[in-house]
Design a protein around this ligand. Structure first.
Ligand code: DC
Length: 235
């Protein structure tokens, strides 16, 4: 019988469905789900909240080094997957605001910020029984992960999903604006100098265009049971 992977890394571009997949996989396996994007978002929110100049790399880096970001089980039934606390304040929804969306890629491009946050992520990941989601988990944070999934989808498909998600929550959205923002973030995330977004050499690439969340989940679960799948092949 195959041994289930103890450390699972899921990377991929914005809005490719990584968090939804990570949460479902973690629940199915009884593992911890850890979405590392929330850490970059928390530092970005705190820097904005304190009125820091986000172009000041040294100041933002110092903030990342000093800040304890707490990820806890969800305390409310309002659609959240977890609580995010910083400085005794629940910022779970604050970190999803457009202001954070607009600035988080810049903050995540700073080498010192990445070093500080990656070290915390690595400590948590190395305990095992974890599904860790991000951009550089398989390449930098946990290169020893037993299973690496790179979840991809076209920019149009990802923008459409985000658009429908906002409408389903009763919000207003402009598809073209969302598509432009998705492309802008892809560009920044994949061209930055430190830990750019790219699949690890031994990652299984899953392209979710035309698949729904359940099909993606079943595909990933099958990889946990059949880990001998050819590395870096299109699954
Ligand atoms: O997954 P997300 O949209 O919440 O990520 C927010 C930002 O953080 C995004 O610009 C990419 C960045 N990020 C990163 O650089 N490395 C990670 N491991 C996770 C997120």
């Amino acid at each position: 019988m195959n041994k289930k992977p103890e450390i699972i890394a899921i990377d991929g571009p914005a809005a490719s469905g990584k968090s939804t997949l990570g949460r479902r996989l973690a629940d199915a396996l009884g593992y911890l789900f850890f979405d590392t994007g929330v850490m970059y978002r928390a530092v970005t929110w705190l820097a904005l909240h304190r009125g820091l100049n986000l172009a000041d790399e040294a100041a933002v880096t110092a903030l990342a080094e000093q800040t304890a970001i707490d990820v806890r089980p969800p305390s409310r039934d309002d659609g959240r997957m977890y609580d995010i606390w910083v400085d005794d304040r629940d910022i779970t929804w604050e970190i999803r605001k457009p202001e954070v969306d607009r600035n988080v890629s810049l903050v995540a491009s700073y080498g010192g910020v990445r070093r500080a946050l990656s070290a915390q992520q690595r400590r948590i990941g190395m305990r095992g029984r974890v599904v860790m989601v991000g951009r550089d988990i398989g390449t930098v944070v946990l290169p020893e992960a037993d299973l690496k999934i790179y979840l991809d989808a076209s920019a149009e498909e990802r923008a459409r999903r985000r658009y429908e998600e906002i409408l389903s929550r009763g919000g207003e959205a402009d598809y073209d604006q969302i598509l432009a923002a998705v492309r802008r973030r892809d560009e920044i995330d994949s061209t930055r100098d430190v830990a750019p977004l790219r699949p690890a050499a031994d990652a299984v690439i899953v392209n979710s265009d035309g698949m729904d969340a359940t099909q993606v989940f079943q595909r990933a679960l099958a990889l946990c049971v059949q880990p001998e799948e050819k590395p870096n092949g299109v699954a």
